[in-house]
Design a protein around this ligand. Structure first.
Ligand code: AVJ
Length: 321
């Protein structure tokens, strides 16, 4: 089979979308900007750096589980699958599945960052010349173009990206994925688990300050793309575990009283005022089960590391009523 790379770009409207999301988010109460806007080129690169941090156990732990279970995933899924990755980033973990899935028919990475997607598709083309790659630049929370027929569609949503989503959004995502993947579809989902709050806190407050740079990069992006006047020294990254909601909450917080212009509008910040940028929900076994059911899937397998930091679940679509 001849390899090929096709990129479908549905993100041209992204500029206008960023502007309206930011203006709405800074005008609302409480103030919040959707997490997906953290991933411009620099943000995506900073996130890759986060994945290497000693405190950020998620990527390392999940990769190890996948290394151990890739063969099993390949056997379960069977030959001739299409692999669809939601939020592919650098597609490092997908390589483990690409290499383990027998007679893989297609790899379709979906990502909102065009730069990341292009670079990733080019590297995959170099490393797997026979593989058909169809990259799709789109927000995976919205409609995704249909994936070519294959024996079976195997969705891959690693990294606990699902943790960014609130319960209703997570359910909507899974239902959307269930629809795209079809009646015999499979979804391999990575989920960060509830654990010692200090451990969670440290993962989002690294001593090298990379997570802070990742959050504050959003201000830089607003300065560049929306002619905003944020003074990066006037705001700080804030991240803490909320045990009641079972989630990490991330904000940028004003260090003094100040006014900022964004796209021609003025926004006032008092000292301590903050803007929400991310949730990172943490799950337990019951939560994963409820989540899977709500999305039209059943858990076929749950794999964790010995310390139970992280889970990789193999979900099978259940019949639609
Ligand atoms: C990509 C959403 C899984 O929540 O751990 C990491 C994002 N933000 N450090 C996470 C993130 C700050 C990450 N996810």
């Amino acid at each position: 089979m001849n390899g090929s790379v096709l990129t479908l770009d549905f993100a041209e409207t992204a500029d206008r979308e960023f502007r309206s999301a930011v203006l709405a988010g800074l005008s609302g109460t409480p103030r919040a900007i959707p997490a997906k806007f953290l991933y411009d080129a620099r943000g995506s690169a900073l996130f890759d750096e986060i994945c290497e941090l000693p405190e950020y156990y998620l990527t390392r732990t999940e990769t190890k589980i996948l290394q151990q279970r890739a063969g099993e995933i390949g056997r379960r899924a069977g030959p001739g699958c299409a692999l669809v990755e939601f939020g592919s980033g650098s597609s490092v973990k997908s390589r483990l599945l690409i290499e383990a899935l027998p007679e893989l028919a297609l790899y379709a990475p979906i990502d909102i960052s065009r730069e990341h997607l292009d670079a990733t598709a080019a590297r995959l083309r170099r490393d797997y010349p026979a593989l058909r790659v169809e990259a799709v630049c789109v927000d995976f929370m919205g409609p995704v173009p249909p994936i070519d027929n294959a024996a079976r569609r195997l969705g891959f949503f690693p990294g606990s990206t699902i943790g960014n989503l609130e319960a209703a959004e997570a359910t909507a995502f899974l239902q959307n994925a269930r629809q795209l993947l079809g009646d015999d579809g499979v979804l391999v989902l990575g989920v960060d688990l509830k654990k010692d709050p200090q451990r969670l806190h440290d993962a989002y407050n690294d001593s090298a300050g990379v997570t802070a740079a990742f959050t504050l990069n959003l201000l830089r992006r607003m300065n560049r793309e929306l002619h905003a006047t944020f003074d990066l020294a006037g705001f700080a990254h804030e991240a803490f575990y909320n045990p009641v909601e079972g989630r990490i909450e991330i904000y940028f917080r004003s260090l003094r009283d100040q006014s900022v212009m964004v796209a021609g509008r003025r926004f006032d910040f008092a000292e301590g005022d903050r803007v929400h940028t991310e949730y990172s929900y943490k799950y337990d076994a019951a939560g994963i089960d409820a989540l899977a059911r709500s999305g039209g899937f059943r858990i076929a397998e749950t794999w964790t590391d010995p310390a139970r930091l992280f889970a990789v679940v193999y979900l099978e679509a259940t019949p639609l009523k």
